[in-house]
Design a protein around this ligand. Structure first.
Ligand code: URA
Length: 235
């Protein structure tokens, strides 16, 4: 059987993504790097991806993605729209988004195959801070509205917890919230008379979006993953 097909059958990735993984030199057969996805294999070889033997429990990985608008952050979309998981197809393992962003929200979203970490980072108990830049209508935003956003605004699902909020421009707010209710930032801004025109997440816990281009992703370093674990361990 062709190597790429064998990897796909082993659950590493789709056939196409497996071909890219092989071409990138990430696969070894009996210890030697192989770059030909069409290489014939019998199944008796010792095959490894990124040094990890096939069949071993997959390592835990975390990716950061700069989500473009129009991409949904569920693992699968019933309307056939592109998902954040589609954008990180070469991970070689099944990834799940850590929390959600609205389809029209851009910016930092994390994906992982570590379900436990994903659950902790999104559990309200750990209050992991998330920072958003919101371009809003009806600028400038008066100090009174900023104070209301900081103190908590009444939404139909209850009052929001205290938040850190400041205006970085007359029409752009930076808000750090520790909750994760549906469309929360949009509803908060709307509640104080400043509907959101564009929304981007720039930080998730200890991680910043930085200069990751729209649609681009990168794997987090071990150190970054440790810092994330730390954020979900306090409390
Ligand atoms: N708040 C929102 O309103 N939307 C998001 O996507 C994230 C936070």
């Amino acid at each position: 059987m062709r190597l790429a097909k064998h990897l796909a059958h082993a659950g590493v990735a789709s056939r196409r993504a497996a071909e890219a993984i092989v071409t990138a030199g990430r696969v070894t057969i009996d210890g030697a790097t192989v770059t030909d996805p069409a290489r014939d294999v019998s199944g008796d070889e010792a095959i490894a991806v990124d040094g990890e033997p096939l069949g071993a429990a997959p390592r835990h990985v975390v990716y950061a993605l700069n989500k473009p608008a129009g991409v949904v952050s569920t693992a699968r979309d019933t309307h056939g729209r592109p998902t954040v998981v589609d954008l990180v197809s070469e991970a070689g393992t099944r990834l799940y988004p850590i929390g959600r962003l609205d389809a029209d929200t851009t910016g930092l979203i994390l994906l992982t195959n570590d379900g436990e970490l994903a659950n902790r980072l999104t559990h309200p108990r750990y209050e992991v801070p998330k920072t958003y830049r919101a371009k809003v209508a009806n600028a400038p935003v008066a100090e009174r509205a900023l104070r209301a956003l900081r103190a908590g605004v009444d939404l139909d699902d209850g009052r929001t917890a205290p938040a850190a909020v400041h205006a970085v421009r007359p029409d752009v707010l930076e808000l750090t919230i520790r909750e994760g209710r549906k469309r929360q930032v949009r509803r908060m801004c709307e509640a104080v008379g400043h509907p959101v025109v564009a929304l981007r997440r720039v930080r998730f816990g200890p991680l910043a979006l930085g200069d990751l281009a729209a649609g681009a992703h990168r794997r987090l370093t071990r150190d970054e993953v440790e810092r994330l674990r730390g954020a979900a361990a306090r409390r």
